[in-house]
Design a binder for this molecule. Structure first.
Ligand SMILES: Cc1cc2nc3c(=O)[nH]c(=O)nc-3n(C[C@H](O)[C@H](O)[C@H](O)COP(=O)(O)O)c2cc1C
Length: 364
């Protein structure tokens, strides 16, 4: 074989190998969560796993859980090592996230035929869920909704939500929907982008976020938490290139900030409207806000509406202090959700920790 033909063959083989490596690294990673907890029935473990699919800030999975099978209670507390002290110094989002866990736990119990009650607690324990089995029927459609619910960071289509969809999502008096074309929509869009810009260039916040980014399949499978490419909506070659070009250091640089701002701009242009959930600031009110968020989100899943919380406007000043007055609301906005219709609905990436890492079974 002539020399130049050999060189062409070798070059083609190298390019093909590189391309296959990109495809291989870009495949969707499956995190195997160990659902087994000694002392708990398989059904209870399944319910607790479904609860862990709750939305939560930065996917830090900040819950600490105590199960008492004799008294049939689950007590949920905050794992302080998983707080976000820079972006969330007063644990506002941590508390909402624990409310989300409580809400999802109730949802999962109900799907397995249990009735639940809620007690709000003070001190290190935040909320207690009482459970009691009332029938043996398993509601598979409700379980399916839990698996399908996820944060969708893609730019949505131009399709507006129908009145029926909006009615199914605005479930409470303290919840407001502002569709594209309204003054309030423009206000949120513009101020959100300004808040994202301010936040992206804040070094302390960039460092905190970088600690929770997962930047390889290996890191994702080992840590089972945080924000890997899957949680950012990246897949295939784009995911591979992101992992190849990003480190925990480079994620704190201005070039990464610019990328985040561009992404936010695309997201804000690609949406049908914003949903705002308001409430007071007490622990109980924030926990209730989390429970409401889960119910709203599962209802959105049912009617095909994609959901993406965007919190920068509530994490940055002066935006947080101004929004209540500027939108003429009677209570403080606690969650802002970007809503829309996606080309492909998708499902939860299920990057979740082993249950035994955070669940204690109480001895009686
Ligand atoms: C209180 C709270 C605030 C959140 N803020 C944001 C946000 O600002 N940007 C974002 O992309 N996702 C946000 N999320 C979504 C979480 O990142 C997401 O729930 C988590 O990564 C788990 O992913 P999943 O929802 O697909 O299960 C927030 C979620 C909660 C509960």
């Amino acid at each position: 074989m002539k020399m130049y033909v050999k060189i062409i063959f070798i070059a083609a083989a190298v390019i093909l190998a590189g391309f296959l490596a990109l495809l291989f690294n870009g495949r969707k990673i499956q995190v195997k969560t160990d659902k087994n907890v000694e002392g708990l029935s398989e059904e209870l473990c399944e319910v607790l796993y479904l609860a862990s699919l709750a939305p939560n800030s930065h996917n830090t999975q900040m819950w600490k859980v105590k199960v008492d099978t004799q008294n049939q209670t689950v007590v949920i507390g905050l794992d302080k090592s998983r707080r976000l002290p820079v972006v969330d110094p007063y644990d506002r989002e941590m508390t909402i996230s624990l409310g989300c866990y409580a809400g999802m736990l109730i949802e999962a119990f109900e799907a397995y035929g249990y009735e639940c009650g809620i007690d709000y607690l003070s001190g290190d324990d935040y909320v207690k869920i009482r459970y009691n089995k009332v029938n043996d029927e398993i509601l598979y459609d409700r379980i399916e909704r839990i698996y399908k619910r996820h944060t969708d960071k893609s730019a949505f289509t131009d399709t507006a939500l129908s009145n029926g969809q909006v009615n199914n999502i605005v479930l409470y008096d303290n919840v407001y929907y502002f569709p594209k074309g309204t003054e309030q929509f423009t206000y949120i869009k513009e101020n959100m982008l300004a808040a994202v810009t301010q936040q992206s260039y804040d070094k302390a916040k960039a460092e905190e976020l970088a600690n929770w980014l997962r930047l390889s399949n290996k890191e994702t499978v080992e840590k089972k938490d945080g924000l890997p490419a899957e949680q950012l909506g990246l897949s295939g070659v784009v995911k591979s290139m992101y992992y190849l070009t990003t480190t925990h250091d480079s994620a704190q640089k201005d070039s990464f900030a610019k990328q985040s701002i561009n992404t936010a701009s695309r997201q804000l242009n690609g949406c049908a409207g914003f949903l705002v959930i308001t409430s007071g600031d007490s622990r109980e009110e924030l926990l209730s806000c989390g429970i409401e968020l889960v119910r709203i989100w599962l209802s959105a899943v049912e009617c095909g509406v994609s959901v993406h919380p965007m919190s920068a406007i509530l994490e940055e000043e002066p935006y947080y202090s101004r929004i209540i007055q500027d939108l003429n609301l009677s209570k403080q906005p606690q969650m802002v959700l970007r809503l829309g219709i996606a080309d492909n609905y998708g499902e939860n990436a299920a990057i979740r920790r082993d249950l035994a890492d955070y669940i204690i079974v109480e001895e009686n």
